[in-house]
Write a protein that binds this ligand. Structure first.
Ligand SMILES: CC(C)(COP(=O)(O)OP(=O)(O)OC[C@H]1O[C@@H](n2cnc3c(N)ncnc32)[C@H](O)[C@@H]1OP(=O)(O)O)[C@@H](O)C(=O)NCCC(=O)NCCS
Length: 185
């Protein structure tokens, strides 16, 4: 289990809008704030995306689309006022489950628990919406991400050949949220 501490919920008003932020301390003692993404985050999110997926980054419009159509499912992690990671998830009521669309952490901020924090928030919101199952796809060759998801309790369900546009196989992974990520408070 991660030694991520000091989970704290804060609600404040910014330009009239209610902003809910959740604060953590990562494994190296940095304050990590998780909140919904906003328009001005998009350039930093796109930069993280291009570093994380140099061969097949999502274009900017995918993030703008999610900002407009799925604002509750688009979260960012901030360290020292800089966006260092994001997660996009969606609810799929017709399947009765949540789906992780994408997650990435800036290379300079990896392996300190930020990815785990983002996944934990996504899972918490999916569970709050009443769903017990989370599903995602990962490239067969993406061993770091496969290891990451396994560590969080995701298990391989099946493989889908030719899932990606370059022909690569996707591994479909699934988690039952009976044991969502727990943090030391
Ligand atoms: C996958 C990713 C989001 C993980 O983010 P992160 O903040 O580094 O993850 P965490 O620090 O929370 O890692 C949690 C655990 O996952 C596993 N893990 C994470 N990265 C790993 C790696 N590169 N190799 C092996 N295991 C890894 C480890 O068990 C790690 O715990 P440890 O550091 O105590 O050993 C990040 O590596 C990333 O952005 N990758 C590129 C984008 C990507 O592949 N996204 C997923 C697409 S499906």
């Amino acid at each position: 289990m991660y030694r991520i501490t000091s989970k704290k919920l804060e609600t404040r008003r910014l330009n009239g809008a209610v902003v809910v932020t959740i604060e953590y301390v990562d494994k190296v003692g940095r304050r990590v704030v998780v909140r919904r993404a906003k328009r001005s985050d998009i350039p930093e999110v796109v930069e993280i995306e291009e570093r994380a997926f140099p061969k097949s980054p999502y274009p900017t419009y995918v993030f703008l689309y999610n900002l407009s159509n799925n604002p509750e499912g688009f979260l960012v992690a901030e360290v020292g006022g800089k966006v260092v990671g994001y997660v996009i998830f969606e609810l799929r009521p017709w399947l009765g489950e949540g789906h992780i669309v994408s997650i990435a952490v800036h290379p300079n901020y990896r392996r300190t628990g930020i990815g785990t924090i983002l996944m934990g928030e996504a899972e918490r919101k999916i569970a709050e919406a009443g769903y017990e199952t989370v599903r995602l796809e990962v490239r067969e060759s993406n061993f770091p991400a496969r290891r990451f998801y396994e560590r969080l309790g995701y298990r391989e369900e099946r493989r889908e050949h030719g899932y990606y546009s370059d022909g690569e196989t996707a591994i479909i992974m699934v988690k039952k949220l009976k044991s969502p990520i727990q943090y030391r408070q």
